[in-house]
Structure formats: C-alpha cells, structure tokens
Design a protein around this ligand. Sequence first.
Ligand code: C2O
Ligand code: CU
Length: 499
Amino acid sequence: GLTAPRLLAQGSPGTGELLRSGLPLPEPFRVPLPIPPVLSPQRTPDADLYTITQRTATAEILPGVRTPIWGYDGIFPGPTIESRRNRTAVVHHRNELPVPTVVHLHGGHTPAESDGYPTDLVLPRSGWDTGHAGHGMTDARAQLSNGSRDYVFPLRQRAATLWYHDHRMDFTGPAVYRGLAGFHLVRDDEEDSLGLPSGERELPLMIADRSFDEHGAFAYPSLDRTLRATPGVESAYVEGVFGDVILVNGAPWPVHEVAAARYRLRVLNASNARRYDLALDPPPPGGGGFVQIGADQGLLDAPRVHDHLPIAPAERYDLVVDFGRYPVGTEVTLVNRLGTGSTAQVMRFVVARRAPDESRVPAKLAEIPPLTRDQATTTREFSFRAGTVHGREGWVIGGEPFSPDLMSASPRLGDVEIWRFVADIHHPVHLHLVGFRILSRGGRPPGPFDGGIKDTVDLSPGESVEVIARFDGYRGRFVFHCHNAEHEDMGMMANFEVL
Ligand code: C2O
Ligand code: CU
C-alpha cells in the first residue's frame, strides 16, 4: 500500500497516474458529437412522469469497437430530461442491472427521500442478497426498494444545468464510469426571456475520461476493499481513476460543425477524478473566447469573460462562444491545458457557414439575492484530507470516513451558515440540497470562476474556501462529499441533517 506522504507527493488529481488503454486509440475529431436524446414525459396536471430503465448494453464508443456499458435506458450519456422550474418531475427508475443502484439528481433541490441517499438502494429486479450489499446495509434508516423506485423532484429552483448519476455507497466511481450519468436541464421564464442562443445552438457537453482494455471494455481497477487493488494501478485508484480517452457526450474527441454564430455550451465535467483547464485553440481575435453566463446553479447576475476555464468533477459552466468571431473554415479545438498527449484535447468545432444570429447575451442576466456574512448564524469547518479508512489508505472529512450513522452538521431549516473547507490536495466539494455562494478563497475574495450560485467548489492544495448557504426547503438527512468519485468511495463523504 501507499503511505500518505508518497500519495501526496504524486501531485494533484489532473496530473495523476493514467490508466493506458489496451487498444489503439482513434484519430481525434473524426466522430460527430452526439446529442443525448430528450426524454418525453407523460404529462399530468401535477407532474411530468418519466420512466428510465437502468440496464446493460453495448455502445460503439471507439469506432468499430463494442464497449459494454451500464446505461440509463441503455445509453451513455443517459437521456436528457428537460423540466420547467416549479414543475414536478417524477422519474420511475427500473433497475435491470446486476447490482443495487441509487439515483441522485446533482444540483437538485430535492426532498431527502428522493435525493438518493447512498444507502437508499434500488435492488436489482433480478433479486439481490442484501447480505452482499456491503456495510451500507447496516444503516437502520436505509430505504430499500425492490426493482424500481419513483424519484420525485419538485424542482422549486432556478433554471440550471443539473445532472443525474449513480450514488451508491462505496460504488459510485465504478457505476458512473460504466455509464450511469445523464443531463437534467431545468428551464424557466426568466432565462427564456433573455434571447440566449437556443435550439441547435444550445449544446450540452458532458466531458468524461475513460480507458479501455484490449477487448474494448471500460478499464477500471477493482474497487472491492476486501481485495487488493490491481497491481500497478493502485496509486491511480487511491488518487482517482484517470483515463487516456476524452469523451464528450460519450464520443472520443468528437467534432461538431457550427455556424459562424453564438452558441450556448452547457459544460459538465462528469469525469470521476480528472480536472480540466479548457481553452479555445486558436482563441478568437482579441481573446475572451468564453463568455460565462451561468454556474452550477444557474445564471450569473452578469456575464464574465474568460480566456480559459478550469473545471473540476461535477462542476458545470454555462458558456456562450461566438463562432462568428472566426473566419468561416476555421477549426477551433477545445483544448485541456492540464492534459498531456491524448488528454490535452477535448473536441473540435468547425466553423462551417455564415448564418444570421438573433441571439443576445444581455449585460444583466439574472437577479441573485444577496447572502451576506452577517446573515449567518453558524460557522463550521471541515478538513478534506488523506486518512485511514477501515485500515487502508483513504480519504476523510474532519478525520472521519463516511458512515451513515455519523452526523457532522445539523443546521436548522432556514438557517444561513458559513462552511469553511480546508484541503490537502485538490478536492471538488459538493453539498446536496443547497446552492451556495463562495465567500472567500485562500483568505482572499472569490476568484474569477467562483461567481454565481454553485453546488460544487474545487479546493486547491492547502487552500481554505468559505461558502455560505441557506438550508431551506426540506428537512432530513443529506450528504456532502468530495466529487472525486474515488475519494468519495474511499470515505470522503459526510452527513448533515436539516432539523
Ligand atoms: Cu454528483 Cu453527491 O453527487
Ligand atoms: Cu477529493
């Protein structure tokens, strides 16, 4: 096993050890960018009803190669759900996979019973011996369902790019890696009135890295704590799993033809552990290629212009890129400045034609109610560090690995609290239930990418970050955790209970 110091010496996620694919990688920018299908609901007066079947399937991800996946409706990414603010979506999930699953709507303002608590398992339809489900099964409060479950999302929240993914205790990393992730977009009238690029000029982009074994299957080291991790990849496993193929919407380094016009890009980093620093190559004349209009939890108050964009696992950035700033014929590559070799490129846009563009990016986007330090009734501090978990190297919050029985914070409903996080290496910290604002980073005001309302914040090594949130809406037990999925599975998760 690794000692903590050696582990830390390996650097931060994003530069970690790579799992090399066992077959030749395809040429980049050949496969067209897929857009996940939008699921049609059954509409009732009170809610939109959806059914999703979680099942095994094969997908042609690398050209000519069949990759077994676990998919929502058998596809990766899963189908996109599009909801309106304040309109309840009920998603009936059927589990036809061989393992228990848990669905979490990431960024959803969701009652506890539908939030996908990591031990609220949906057992496989084919049956499951609960004795095999791991120590999560000792959680007396766990809500088990047999074969299927209705998740109820009231969506009393601003328009935002949400996503849904598996969240089973100790097994989120391998389940998401196999394909259990999809978009859930929330729209509202405020956003519709702005005239932002829409229709085919609005692209959801789910970025995720994967490696493939020599047969074309996703390569993932064993996650069973009772087994030794695969020799040679143990450190990759401890630090997080890093693939050498960059997928966007499930396609390797895809290409997309665009008009010389503004496009809205809803960028999601759905990677288990990899961080990216995105940029456009070439940059448009004069720079400032990314106009950020939104963060994890919806629109910013005003657009912010960036030349590059760091994005950690689970973060979303809503961007407008004006391809009209490039001559027709330009190939614009979305690059990753944290990558090397195959991981330094993400996808390519080809500016294919002139076209009229009626879209706008207004100077004022949204009203964001302030949340100030003096409104807070409580300040809490949590450290995110390497630590011992069941006798092995793992990751802990406040010195403790995750246990369903350990309550780390109990805000009262409606309270405003400041939570201060400190980190040893990079940890993207995510709170369920609430959106938060970043109050300070490293003792200084928030940085250029910290604007708006977020639900995931990337801590840099040694840094302390303060966030402020109002714990409103729903009582009950929720989790917060590192969204490096391997860190999360190796203990870096904790509970809070809204009283
Ligand atoms: Cu994206 Cu607790 O998860
Ligand atoms: Cu972490």
